[in-house]
Design a protein around this ligand. Structure first.
Ligand code: NAI
Ligand code: PYL
Ligand code: MG
Length: 263
């Protein structure tokens, strides 16, 4: 049986354009690049107004308010020509294809996918999100070491950790799920992070559904925390105290990664 994702709520998605603009300036400050430039560097692609059909899906917990409208706004922000179908589900898919969609975006409670109908490429939100947040962290302009801390090694965190290992970083990983932790150690060569014996990091990538997952002892002044996790991994108080450069956003960065990956 498929395992459920932590689901977004309509309030996470309020004013997605403003959230994206703020995320873009945070990414620029950390990496010197826009989100679109990071995507281009990752996948070697650029959009040219490809038609994206967004299909609302009613199964499971059903439609999430603001979800399809946010995907529409996000796709336009990155230079795609998107539309939301009037009908949901199978009828919506039919409508999307009949109306010329080259890429279909749709999500149920388990899987959020982008499918390019012209070249057959398909992307899943979880690895695409992990990879782009890890890539952003890895591009920190003021980085002073190859050490990175990854907190949360699940469906988003594991692919992000794998990406960092592949880029040549020394990755320290932590997850309270011992099975996941052991799998990450044995398959990726990640170093288990010892909470009892912490060290400071200038780059942290977090992917958990919990708040306050980053212990104060690992924060260095002006470190980068790149995290798709909802709610946020760090309190506002700690963020200010260490002048943490926070990259976080509920849907757009991961969606950009998916769209660029299927071009
Ligand atoms: P998952 O359930 O597969 O993995 C989460 C992992 O976090 C688990 O292995 C769990 O043991 C671990 N964890 C829980 N508490 C922890 C703690 N205190 N310290 C360290 N690890 C802890 O979930 P998934 O799919 O990887 O998603 C992670 C988060 O990312 C969720 O909040 C999800 O909603 C969010 N997400 C955000 C996206 C975005 O675009 N912003 C896109 C996709 C997911
Ligand atoms: C894609 C996000 C990121 C975090 N959790 C994931 C989530 O909320 N997935 C559920 C998406 C369901 C969408 C719904 C609709 O409105 O079409 N079926
Ligand atoms: Mg995102």
């Amino acid at each position: 049986m498929a395992i459920k994702m932590a689901l977004l709520t309509p309030s996470d998605l309020i004013n997605i354009n403003k959230q994206l603009q703020e995320a873009d300036s945070a990414v620029r400050k950390v990496t010197g690049l826009d989100i679109k430039d990071v995507c281009k560097a990752l996948y070697g692609t650029s959009p040219s107004s490809e038609k994206v059909g967004i299909v609302p899906v009613t199964s499971g917990n059903g439609i999430i308010g603001n979800f399809s409208a946010s995907l529409h706004a996000i796709s336009q922000y990155f230079g795609f020509d998107s539309f939301v179908t009037d009908m949901p589900d199978v009828s919506g898919y039919y409508e999307a294809v009949r109306n010329g969609a080259e890429v279909v975006l749709m999500a149920d409670d388990h899987t959020y996918l982008a499918h390019n109908l012209k070249n057959g490429k398909i992307a899943n939100n979880q690895p695409c999100t992990g990879i782009i947040y890890a890539e952003i962290a890895s591009r920190y302009l003021k980085v002073d070491s190859k050490d990175v801390l990854v907190v949360g090694l699940g469906k988003v965190g594991f692919p992000g950790a794998a990406h960092l290992v592949q880029k040549g970083f020394r990755v320290y990983g932590y997850d309270p799920d011992e099975t996941l932790l052991q799998k990450t150690i044995s398959s990726l060569g990640v170093i288990p992070f010892d909470l009892e014996n912490p060290k400071k990091f200038s780059i942290i990538f977090e992917a958990t559904p919990c708040a306050n997952t980053i212990p104060e002892a690992v924060l260095s002044e002006n470190c980068v925390l790149s995290t798709p996790g909802i709610p946020c991994a760090i309190s506002e108080e700690l963020r200010k105290k260490y002048d943490v450069q926070l990259v976080t956003e509920p849907l757009g960065i991961g969606t950009a990664s998916m769209l660029y990956s299927v071009l």
